[in-house]
Design a protein around this ligand. Structure first.
Ligand code: GLN
Length: 284
């Protein structure tokens, strides 16, 4: 006889032997996913008998994780801002750090028109629309896979949003009250040093910010004058060491009220700025 507990022990051992970070926890999460269990149901009956086929199905998922495939690409989902987002290979997995950006933007997003550049899974824009009472939202991404996933996420969350294929502003002609972006910001030469889960399985196109990591911030800042309304806000997620450089770009673009917001680990994570009613003059 095979039990749930046996399956879990086997799963933990395989992930440990393959040096998977947090392998014990991932073995549990995959068990919960595979058998549609929560912790209480498992603890109520860990000796519940399972069929060989079920064990095989579970060990198949464990096998994927042992090859460093991110857990979220195996389960197909990631929670973000308390909402469930679908993900798959080809789309960046939403990060907890990015919730900092959403929480800041939520303070001002009510009734606003929002543009999300490099929208990926749609996690930023859809959270703002679902939780912040924004008036409308447009997501722009160059990846067809990302566009499909974000449209699917909008449908599942019951949110109205448009997602279009655009290389930064190339297909965008309107102006917006808020521009948000978590663009690719990792310098190209750092990518080989990232965790295997990230560098092997997450899309390089969603990570690579070109030579100094600042390419997308520069391009987005150049277009602010044509795409941000007077009084409008910008929110960028940044790498921990990019705060000063991105503040300078916003200053050059004529923004005011520029400040950095730190994440829970105390690292610089978001840069925000606002435009005066007359663009280019300090906001008071
Ligand atoms: N905006 C998406 C996110 O924050 C995708 C970001 C990206 O592809 N760089 O997850």
């Amino acid at each position: 006889m095979i039990t749930l507990q046996d399956a879990l022990q086997k799963g933990k051992k395989v992930l440990k032997d393959n040096n998977i970070d947090n392998g014990e926890y991932d073995a549990w999460l995959l068990l919960a996913f595979c058998f549609e269990l929560n912790r209480a149901a498992y603890l109520a009956n860990p000796l519940k008998e399972i069929f060989q086929d079920d064990l095989d199905a579970y060990m198949d998922l464990i096998g994927k994780r042992s090859k460093h495939i991110p857990l979220q690409y195996i389960t197909g989902e990631q929670e973000f801002m308390g909402l469930n987002f679908q993900v798959k290979e080809g789309v960046l997995i939403p990060r907890q750090d990015t919730e900092i950006l959403v929480m800041e933007a939520l303070k001002v997003s009510k009734d606003k028109e929002i543009l999300d550049i490099c929208s990926g899974s749609g996690c930023i824009l859809l959270s703002l629309l679902k939780l912040g009472g924004a008036r409308s939202g447009l997501g722009a991404d160059i990846s067809e896979t990302a566009l499909l996933v974000s449209r699917e996420n909008a449908k599942k969350l019951g949110v109205t949003a448009e997602f279009i294929k655009s290389d930064i502003y190339s297909q965008i002609d309107k102006t917006y009250d808020i521009i948000v972006s978590n663009p690719p910001y990792i310098p190209t030469n750092i990518i080989p040093t990232l965790m295997e889960e990230v560098k092997e399985y997450e899309p390089t196109i969603a990570l690579d910010g070109k030579e100094d990591g600042l390419y997308f911030y520069r391009e987005i800042c150049k277009g602010l004058k044509d795409h941000l309304n007077p009084g409008g806000y910008v929110f960028f997620e940044i790498g921990y060491d990019q705060g000063k450089a991105v503040m300078e770009l916003l200053t050059e673009a004529g923004m005011s009220n520029i400040c950095i917001i730190k994440d829970l680990a105390g690292l610089d994570r978001v840069v925000t700025g606002r435009w005066n009613e007359k663009k280019g003059e300090p906001f008071t």
